[in-house]
Structure formats: C-alpha cells, structure tokens
Design a protein around this ligand. Structure first.
Ligand code: MLT
Length: 264
C-alpha cells in the first residue's frame, strides 16, 4: 500500500486490529525486515510498517533531509490512517527516528521499543565514516554497501552458520536505491544528541539488543535502560545488530510480553 504524505509516495503495510504498533526500519533496509513480527503480532494488534523515504516502495528525495523529516512522515502516516497514538518500535536508525518523534510528537506515543540503537549523536570519527560510506555508495552503489554493512549488521555466528539469513539481508540492502542510502547517512550524521531526553521519557519502554551487536553494543542499551524511568532491558543471545531478524522468536516473545503489560 502507499499514500501521499508530505508530497511523497510513502509505502506501508497495515494488518490486524487493536492497539496500533508502528515499526520503523534500520539503515539501509526497508519495511521488509519486519516480516516475522507481522506474522507473530497481527492476530492481536494493528501492525503497521513504513518504508522511510528513499527506501522500499517510498519515493527517494535528494534534498537536505533530516531524521525529523522521517519522523514527520511517520506521523503523517498515522494521520492518514486516522490514528492518534501508537506504540513505536524502532531498530537502530529506526530508533534514532523514534527519538525525533519523541522530541516533536511525544503526545502521539503510547509506548516505545528501542531496539539495537543508541541515544548519542555521532562522534566526529563516526561522521567521517558516514562521509566515506556516502562516497562508496555514490561510486559503487548498494553492492559495496552490502559488503560493508553485513559484518556490522549480523553476528559472526549468523554470518558463519546461517548463509540464507545473510543472503536475505544482502538482497534487502540491494533493494535500497543509492539516493536513499546517501540521504540516510547525511541524516544520521546530522542527528542531535538525545541523551538528555532519556530521563524525561515516562511511557513504558522496552529496550532490546542483540548480545553480539557491534554497531550499537549492549553498553549503549544499558546506558538508556539506566536512565529511562520505566524501561525494561532484554538482551538477545546469538544475535547481532539485526536482532529481530537473527532471533525472531526471542525478539517476538520479548515484544509480546511487553505488549501484554500494556494491555493489562
Ligand atoms: C542501522 O542499522 O540503522 C545503522 O547501523 C545505524 C548506524 O549506522 O548508526
């Protein structure tokens, strides 16, 4: 499905009924990374996934785009669907987008799931790395980005023992246009620090992280869990950065238990 939001075509899925859950994907992927979460949860909840601009079925825009624009697209989708509040689930860049949502639209947030993400802005070294990666994307396209990103996204055990998971992730990355990749990198490099917001987040919050996450290590999740008053931290064994893809059953169980506490 798609809708015109903020003058762009934005792709999304919308399945099931009940409490709305909005899933926001990682870099450089798309809503397809949430396939197993849709299957696990759409019988009990209204499960919505979005392709951020420049990803999947959404239009790409070569312009000075920030994560605030991504957040505005997410809220635009909520408006389009006639929804007030939702539970937002963001993984990595999706989590950075959730922080932007929190800054601008806290009144639309019922609960949060921050998966494999961090509250800090990029360091100077991190920004330099983003610029270098943007050059690679410009010159060599998504194939080269897939080669760079797979070791950051997946645990070594997934890469060694589960070639089909790795191949699946590669195909997802190859589906992302280079415009989307480059704009993401600029937007992530420009994002502000969110650490000062953590102690102000009062809604129920689940923090999930793969035990072998190298991109946003467990320590980053502990940092958030120590500061967000209502947070629960779940660490997922034998998973890297894409914990929902590498260990879907454990991830979905953590999510289901958390959502149960909201129902109660
Ligand atoms: C992601 O998975 O969204 C990225 O690894 C985030 C990042 O590069 O900071």
């Amino acid at each position: 499905m798609n809708a015109i939001i903020n003058s762009m075509r934005i792709g999304y899925t919308d399945q099931g009924e009940g409490l709305p859950l909005v899933f926001i994907h990682a870099f450089p992927l798309s809503k397809v990374m949430w396939e197993t979460q849709i299957h696990a949860l759409a019988n009990h909840y209204r499960v919505i996934t979005i392709d951020l601009r420049g990803h999947g079925e959404s239009d790409a825009m070569l312009w000075n785009v920030t994560l605030d624009d991504y957040a505005a697209d997410v809220v635009g989708l909520l408006d389009h669907l006639g929804l007030g509040k939702a539970v937002f689930i963001g993984l990595s860049m999706g989590g950075y987008t959730v922080f932007s949502l929190y800054r601008q639209y806290a009144h639309r947030i019922q609960a949060l799931v921050l998966a494999d993400t961090r509250a800090q802005a990029d360091s100077e070294e991190g920004k330099t790395g983003r610029r270098a990666m943007a050059q690679v994307a410009f010159k060599e396209g998504a194939v080269a980005i897939a080669n760079l990103m797979i070791p950051k996204l997946l645990a070594p055990s997934t890469i060694q023992q589960r070639p089909n998971v790795m191949e699946q992730v590669r195909q997802w990355i190859l589906g992302t246009p280079r415009e989307g990749i480059i704009v993401d990198l600029m937007a992530m490099a420009a994002r502000p620090d969110s650490t000062h917001l953590l102690s102000t987040i009062t809604c129920p919050t689940l923090i999930v992280v793969g035990e072998d996450d190298q991109a946003t290590p467990v320590a980053e999740s502990r940092y958030m869990a120590d500061r967000i008053p209502n947070a629960t931290l779940v660490t997922i064994p034998q998973a890297g950065h894409l914990s929902n893809v590498e260990q879907p059953d454990v991830f979905n169980q953590a999510l289901a238990s958390f959502l149960n506490t909201l129902d109660a």
